[in-house]
Design a protein around this ligand. Structure first.
Ligand code: BT5
Length: 243
């Protein structure tokens, strides 16, 4: 089920507040968010009508990080249909990138009831019709469907396609979880590259992104030392040919 609201503070906040009132896999989208959120209390910037802001309630998950896998692969499918010539990939944990610019971001939030894991609200923001001027204010290199293709897109149509793709990937997850996870790993094109890892306390290291473990953590190798990177940011460094 897809519900499109005209305006809301944040689709994630809305769905967290109403999580138990809607059936599994309900998608809540908004044409305008007044307080869109990123991870670590950061802001998600999007002008009204410029992009996709959608959150889905997922209850039948083995573990929380799988929500980002399902929604990420669905968004990648919709983006590839719209932008057949663009080289799109995931930047860990779940950003969608083209080159060194961010096209979409995902925020997954666990829901707990009486001490038990009840599911995840997984929200995705995608830059669709944003122009270079509005993207310049988001604080990091960003791109949009419009910048990449020169075309404007109908947001409601993309929301419908995204909802259908999320449901399809959720069903596939239920039947073939291992295959879905390997599809997702394959789209993490930075594996094998040297990247900069920024920890939440601000500490930075340069290390080889050597893989992703079964809990979705990034495994990094630096001078023979292996680090498990659970939370933070990955910065893409120019290709060094080292890895
Ligand atoms: C994310 O966080 O990228 C998750 C964004 C999730 C947004 C969706 S919209 C629907 C749902 N409802 C919500 O309230 N949220 C979700 P993070 O990895 O922390 O990245 C945030 C950072 O990305 C910001 O600090 C900016 O630097 C940058 N940023 C903000 N807006 C952007 C945009 N439109 N395009 C690219 N980068 C952006």
């Amino acid at each position: 089920m897809l519900i499109i609201l005209d305006k809301v503070d944040s689709t994630n906040t809305f769905l967290k507040d109403h999580f138990f009132e809607y059936p599994d896999a309900t998608c809540i989208a908004a044409l305008e968010q007044t307080a869109g959120r990123g991870r670590l209390n950061r802001k998600w910037h999007q002008k009204a009508g410029d992009g996709i802001a959608l959150s889905v309630a997922l209850r039948k998950l083995e573990t929380g990080f799988h929500a980002g896998v399902i929604v990420g692969l669905a968004a990648l499918e919709v983006a590839r249909e719209a932008l057949p010539d663009a080289e799109l990939f995931f930047k860990w944990p779940n950003d969608l990138y083209c080159g060194d610019r961010k096209l979409a971001g995902i925020l997954s939030e666990g829901i707990w009831k009486n001490g038990h894991f009840a599911g995840v609200v997984c929200g995705i923001g995608v830059n669709v019709n944003s122009d270079e001027e509005s993207l310049a204010s988001v604080g990091q290199p960003a791109t949009s469907f419009f910048v990449l293709s020169g075309q404007k897109f109908e947001i409601k149509n993309l929301l419908e396609r995204l909802e259908k793709s999320i449901v399809r990937h959720y069903i596939k997850y239920d039947r073939e979880c291992a295959r879905l996870l390997s599809d997702w790993r394959r789209e993490n094109r930075l594996i094998g590259r040297v990247v900069e890892l920024r920890f939440p306390d601000g500490k930075c290291i340069e290390a080889e992104f050597s893989g992703i473990d079964d809990d979705g953590n990034l495994i990094a190798r630096e001078n023979g030392v292996t680090t498990v990177f659970r939370c933070g940011d990955v910065k893409i460094l120019p290709f060094s040919g080292k890895a």
